[in-house]
Write a protein that binds this ligand. Structure first.
Ligand SMILES: Nc1ncnc2c1ncn2[C@@H]1O[C@H](COP(=O)(O)OP(=O)(O)OP(=O)(O)O)[C@@H](O)[C@H]1O
Ligand SMILES: [Mg+2]
Length: 270
C-alpha cells in the first residue's frame, strides 16, 4: 500500500464547559477520545456514528477549526496539528471542507464569481480577473452549472445548486483531501442522490482523498471505500465497506446497521 496521505494517531479533542448554576462544576467533554486512522491517496473513508459521537469534531480539528488536545495528524508525513495559523495556511489549499449547510457557507452579498475567485486569489492561483473567470467557468461546468450563473447571488439558487457552488469552491483549489461533513444531509432526498453522484464522480475523476462524515448509512454505502464506525469519541470498528456492511464485527456496528430505515440511496443512484 502507498504511504497514507493522512495519518491520525491518538487524536483527542476535549471541550471544557461551564457547569450549570453559579457554582456549577466545569465539565470536560471528550468529543474525540483517541482516534487513529489512515486515508490513502484517492481513498474515501467514511466516518459514521450517531449524533454527538464526535464525527464533526474530528473534521473540524483536522481543518484547525477546533484545537486538538493531544495526538498527531500527519499530512504527507508532516504533523500539522500543532502548526500556527500562518504555518497552516499553505495546507488550507490541500485540505478543504464541504459543510452541511451550503447557504451558511456562502456570503449572500457576493456574486458567485466573487465567492469562487476569493480562494483563487488568496492562494495565489490567479493574478487577474480574466484568469480567474476562465477557471470559475470551467469549475462551474464541472459541477453541472451553467457558467453564466457566476453573475448571480446565492439567494437565486436552490439548495442543491447552492451545494454545487459550495463544492465548486472546494474543487477549484484542486485539494488533496476533502472533508465532507454531512454534505448532502440538508438536501431533499431526490436532490441528495444527484449531489452525491456528483461528489463521487468528482472524487473519482480528480483522485482526491476524502473523509466523508455522515450519519446516513445509505449514503455511506454508496460513496465509501472504507468505513470507520465511531461511538462516544472513539472508533469501535474500521474496515472495507463490504466488511462493515456485510460482516460487522462490533456489536455497536450491528446495532447501527440494524437501526437504519430500509431506504437505500445506493439503489437509486447510478
Ligand atoms: N465547541 C464545542 N464546545 C463544547 N462542546 C462541543 C463543541 N463542539 C462539539 N461539542 C460536543 O462534542 C460532542 C461531539 O460533537 P460533534 O458535533 O462532533 O458530534 P457529531 O458526531 O458530529 O454529531 P451530529 O451527527 O449531530 O453532527 C457533543 O457532545 C457536542 O455537544
Ligand atoms: Mg456533526
Amino acid at each position: 500500500m502507498s504511504d497514507p496521505l493522512l495519518r491520525l494517531v491518538g487524536l483527542h479533542t476535549h471541550f471544557q464547559t461551564k457547569g450549570s448554576g453559579l457554582f456549577g462544576k466545569k465539565k470536560v467533554i471528550k468529543a474525540v477520545n483517541g482516534v487513529s486512522f489512515d486515508i490513502a491517496p484517492g481513498e474515501v473513508l467514511s466516518l459514521v456514528g450517531e449524533s454527538g459521537c464526535g464525527k464533526s469534531t474530528v473534521g473540524r480539528t483536522l481543518t484547525h477549526l477546533e484545537k486538538a488536545t493531544s495526538g498527531q495528524a500527519f499530512f504527507e508525513g508532516n504533523d500539522f496539528l500543532a502548526l500556527t495559523p500562518s504555518e497552516f495556511r499553505p495546507l488550507r489549499r490541500d485540505i478543504q471542507m464541504i459543510f452541511q449547510d451550503p447557504f451558511a457557507s456562502l456570503n449572500p452579498r457576493l456574486k458567485i464569481e466573487q465567492t469562487l475567485a476569493e480562494p483563487l486569489f488568496i492562494h495565489g492561483l490567479c493574478k487577474t480577473w480574466d484568469e480567474a473567470r476562465v477557471q470559475i467557468a470551467a469549475t462551474l461546468e464541472l459541477v453541472g452549472l451553467d457558467p453564466k450563473v457566476m453573475a448571480r447571488h446565492p439567494h437565486e439558487f436552490s439548495g442543491g445548486q447552492r451545494q454545487r457552488i459550495g463544492i465548486a469552491r472546494v474543487m477549484i483549489l484542486k485539494p488533496k483531501l476533502v472533508i465532507a461533513d454531512e454534505a448532502v444531509s440538508a438536501l431533499d432526498v431526490s436532490i441528495q442522490a444527484q449531489v452525491l453522484n456528483l461528489i463521487k464522480k468528482l472524487q473519482r475523476d480528480s483522485g482526491v482523498s476524502m473523509l466523508f462524515i455522515s450519519h446516513d448509512l445509505g449514503v455511506v454505502r454508496h460513496i465509501s471505500d472504507r468505513v470507520a464506525v465511531m461511538f462516544e469519541g472513539q472508533i469501535v470498528e474500521i474496515g472495507d465497506k463490504t466488511q462493515i456492511f456485510e460482516a460487522p464485527q462490533h456489536e455497536y456496528t450491528r446495532k447501527l446497521l440494524g437501526s437504519i430505515p430500509r431506504i437505500s440511496l445506493g439503489r437509486e443512484v447510478a
